[in-house]
Design a protein around this ligand. Structure first.
Ligand code: 2M8
Length: 419
């Protein structure tokens, strides 16, 4: 089988009727930003399914506009994933008729995906009213982030849980997490370790802190007030993807005969606000409680390359190709600075290379005219996916596979690069 057909097999094998799971076993439900990347690949196999992927996610949107990070599949075992629906108790906020979901969010890459899905088959999308129905929901999602999550009052979105960053155990969170008292490991049961090697996952202490933060948020009715959240960080990846998605909303608005202007203004505003996070050739998260930048080497700091017209783009290219990331040589982006003692090539978001992030960088580099480097990343991703067999992440130095097998966004990104 060639790489295209193998990728299609992974993606179609993970389809569950209305949406795609990230991977069998470890992730048996629908995840928010996974679905966006999945839709970007799936549009090349079935534009209709790609539309449904996003529609099913937004079908579980909360009344306040938030798009939950997990939508639980009622036909999957209730106890198969921790924390499951009985932990999050979303029905207490949304009522029993609403889908069971988590109460936190993930990076807002959905408008960007919606536009890409639309372009794959505009005729079907127009006939089905795909963008007409999704646009107000996307606007309300971004409105939630802008309105309820500017916890630092600086015009940037704060994430309130490491899971919201998508980069759960990134070393960026080590310092702010020190303030959080972990729930003892005996008080919850980790289901992830039934499917994955413990050396490639977060530690029990990490999990204890994740559980504490999520339970506190839940016990306050998912209220977005700084005194509820012991963890609050203005994350460059979240804010950069919001800007790129606002740019996509401007295109969507134009297609629908609406004014793109509010979205264009929002892109410009976020581009300016992001400069608050810029230092030493990279963007960094801002620890709202600590009042300072978390200076480290997360690849999240390179993701602002996706922002159109970013003034710091050349600096980011220099950092990406320098000793800390060596993306030109590796063809992949390590999730953490290779020269930092905290770099770990196998442990999840503490060093391994991920395909969605490398895809975002490749896209940003193309937009900023760094075509040769973008081509190197494309080649690196295709080779690593082929060698590892669509694993969740890989050792950035050897492209040896790590984490889950048959991982959906790995396959989706490959399909997008091949077409
Ligand atoms: C990982 O996160 C989940 C929690 O949301 C987990 O470890 O159980 C992260 O890699 C996240 O970015 C991703 O969306 C999710 C599903 O692929 O898995």
């Amino acid at each position: 089988m060639n790489l295209h057909d193998e990728a299609a097999k992974v993606l179609l094998g993970n389809w569950r009727g209305h949406n795609t799971i990230p991977a069998p076993g470890l992730y048996p439900h629908q995840w928010s930003w996974d679905s966006a990347f999945i839709a970007i690949g799936l549009r090349h196999l079935s534009p209709l399914r790609a539309q449904r992927e996003l529609e099913s996610l937004f079908g579980a949107q909360w009344a306040d506009g938030r798009v939950p990070h997990i939508v639980f599949d009622p036909s999957a075992p209730r106890e198969g994933y921790f924390p499951g629906p009985d932990f999050w108790r979303s029905e207490q906020v949304n009522g029993p008729m609403h889908a069971d979901t988590s109460g936190i969010v993930q990076p807002p890459v959905h408008a960007l995906a919606a536009w890409e899905v639309f372009t794959a088959d505009p005729e079907t999308a127009r006939r089905r009213g795909f963008l007409e129905r999704l646009y107000p929901r996307l606007v309300s999602w971004h409105g939630y982030l802008r309105r309820s999550r500017d916890l630092g009052g600086r015009g940037l979105v704060s994430i309130v849980h490491p899971w919201e960053s998508g980069m759960d155990n990134s070393p960026s969170w080590d310092v702010p997490l020190q303030r959080v008292e972990p729930v003892p490991a005996g008080e919850f049961r980790r289901r992830d370790l039934e499917h994955a090697d413990a050396s490639e996952r977060p530690t029990d202490v990490d999990y204890g802190r994740y559980v504490r933060l999520a339970a506190t948020y839940r016990d306050h009715g998912y209220a977005d007030r700084l005194d509820v959240h012991e963890f609050a960080a203005e994350d460059p990846l979240t804010n950069a993807l919001l800007a790129a998605s606002e740019d996509a909303l401007a295109r969507i608005a134009r297609e629908l005969g609406e004014s793109p202007q509010p979205h264009e203004e929002e892109v410009a505003r976020l581009r300016d606000a992001l400069s608050l996070l810029h230092a030493d050739g990279l963007f960094h998260s801002f620890d709202v409680h600590g009042g300072s930048l978390i200076r480290g080497g997360s690849v999240a700091g390179l993701v602002p390359l996706v922002v159109p017209g970013l003034p710091q783009a050349q600096e980011l290219v220099d950092t990406a190709t320098g000793p800390r990331f060596r993306v030109d040589e590796l063809g992949l982006a390590p999730s953490y600075d290779l020269t930092d003692p905290l770099f770990d090539p196998s442990r999840y978001w503490r060093g391994p290379a991920w395909f969605n992030i490398t895809w975002l960088l490749q896209r940003g580099l193309t937009d900023h005219g760094a075509n040769e480097l973008a081509r190197a990343l494309r080649g690196g991703m295709l080779e690593a996916a082929s060698r590892s067999g669509f694993r969740e992440y890989v050792d950035p130095r050897t492209a040896e596979g790590r984490g889950a097998h048959h991982f959906s966004w790995t396959a989706a990104v490959v399909l997008d690069l091949l077409i």
